[in-house]
Design a protein around this ligand. Structure first.
Ligand SMILES: Nc1ncnc2c1ncn2[C@@H]1O[C@H](COP(=O)(O)OP(=O)(O)OP(=O)(O)O)[C@@H](O)[C@H]1O
Ligand SMILES: [Mg+2]
Length: 153
């Protein structure tokens, strides 16, 4: 997660659209930070897609409240939970239902392909054996939760 945030903060292309440095990032990494096996590049791609979406969404509400991510990483006996919450505009039920569809985007022009979340969904569920879900309170923000089972030998 930290590497992905560094990447997003320093990425020139991203900086043209939104400045990650202006976002308050609250890291709630519960100790001990759980360890599990996965392909680092794949999970970073998932985190980056979700962080980019959040940063983009929070631009809409930046004049109302300071953009903030709340990141939780925790685990119990069976699973690792990664939560990425933004305080942007949130999503109504119609939008929430469609966000994981390939090519679904609400971004105008060539700002979005609509593939970020569908690819993330595929990576999490098919490649890494996990689950991804979204919660939102319209007007308050959105929260993505990724869960991976911990395989015990
Ligand atoms: N955090 C969020 N807050 C509000 N809306 C969101 C959020 N994340 C995603 N969305 C909505 O879900 C849609 C689909 O997201 P997805 O990442 O798949 O595509 P995209 O961001 O539009 O394009 P791309 O990821 O290819 O640049 C977005 O266009 C946006 O409407
Ligand atoms: Mg996206």
């Amino acid at each position: 997660m930290d590497k992905t945030i560094d990447l997003a903060t320093n990425d020139y292309d991203l900086k043209k659209h939104f400045d990650f440095k202006k976002i308050l990032i609250q890291r709630h990494y519960h100790e001990p930070t759980p360890e599990f096996l996965c392909e680092a590049g794949q999970i970073q791609q998932v985190f980056l897609n979700i962080l980019k979406n959040g940063a983009h969404a929070m631009l809409e509400t930046a004049d109302v409240r300071k953009p903030q991510f709340d990141l939780h990483i925790k685990s119990d006996q069976h699973s690792v939970y990664i939560e990425i919450a933004d305080n942007g505009p949130g999503m109504d039920d119609d939008l929430k239902r469609r966000i994981f569809e390939p090519f679904f985007t609400t971004k105008k022009g060539n700002l979005g392909t609509g593939l970020g979340l569908s690819v993330s969904y595929f990576i999490v569920t098919e490649n890494l054996g996990g689950m991804i879900s979204v919660d939102s309170t319209p007007g308050k923000g959105s929260q993505f939760t990724i869960r991976f089972p911990i395989k015990t030998p």
